[in-house]
Write a protein that binds this ligand. Structure first.
Ligand code: URA
Ligand code: URA
Length: 245
């Protein structure tokens, strides 16, 4: 029988870690996911037929990345940025989609490696995912200047490439990080409040969920509780769907 004091110490330590990641605890009722919305996807007509044709022939992530390197249309008005395609397990059942690379991501060519990336890693670890269990990408593949929000036109231009990436990864579940990611993929202008806590059907075979962006959590720690509840729900659904352990 282990010493009960050691166990209590361990429990306190765990709670402290969780509190650091998620803020103070509170358990609220969970909204039923009945009011599922029909997703309408809008495409930018400026994506040329040739690009769409090229994309439709691509079968692997390596091919997609090679092609994206040649696509000027994916760039922002910042020059000399690196392509930040995505990172993680290409066979993942969970795919996370952020907004756009920042400075660190541009330098390293990898998504979510800066401060919000570190928080994201902790959030995922708290629901028993290592970064290598999941795949992480962004709506934009290049860094916008001054970390401004991606423009609607930039988002629409990047979307067909991202959808191809999703199709290749073929996850079971998609988690949108933040409003911009969610609005782009759901093709709507709804608020975070209206988009969260629902498993939205997506591209006929996936389910998509929305939670706060880790950068938003760094600015507003009082949203951590809601994020904690969201990711618990996500993990539960992932297990129900038979996601890889
Ligand atoms: N924020 C994002 O949305 N994506 C990143 O890759 C890094 C920060
Ligand atoms: N606004 C955003 O862009 N993202 C969030 O996560 C919350 C508010």
């Amino acid at each position: 029988m282990p010493d009960p004091h050691t166990l209590i110490d361990k429990a306190i330590k765990l709670l402290e870690i969780e509190q650091e990641v998620y803020g103070a605890f509170s358990v609220k009722g969970i909204k039923k996911s009945e009011n599922k919305k029909k997703v309408t996807m809008s495409f930018d007509t400026s994506t040329s037929d040739e690009a769409l044709n090229q994309l439709s022939n691509i079968k692997s992530l390596v091919e997609l990345e090679d092609y994206c390197k040649t696509c000027e249309i994916l760039r922002t008005d910042l020059t000399d940025t690196n392509l930040v395609m995505g990172a993680g397990n290409p066979n993942a059942d969970l795919m996370l989609i952020g907004e756009a690379p920042g400075k660190q991501e541009d330098l390293l060519g990898e998504p979510f490696v800066g401060r919000s990336g570190q928080l994201l890693t902790k959030i995922m670890e708290a629901i028993n995912f290592q970064r290598n269990d999941i795949y992480i990408a962004n709506i934009l593949k290049h860094r916008p200047p001054d970390n401004r929000d991606p423009l609607p036109a930039e988002r629409l231009r990047s979307l067909p490439y991202l959808l191809k990436q999703i199709e290749i990864i073929n996850p079971k579940l998609i988690l949108c990080l933040g409003r911009i990611s969610a609005q782009t993929l759901l093709g709507c202008k709804d608020s975070m409040k209206d988009m969260r806590r629902i498993f939205h059907p997506f591209m006929d075979k996936y389910e998509l969920m929305v939670t706060y962006h880790p950068a938003a959590l760094l600015r507003n720690p009082n949203w951590k509780k809601d994020t904690w509840e969201d990711v618990q729900l996500l993990r539960k659904r992932y297990d129900e769907m038979g996601g890889k352990p």
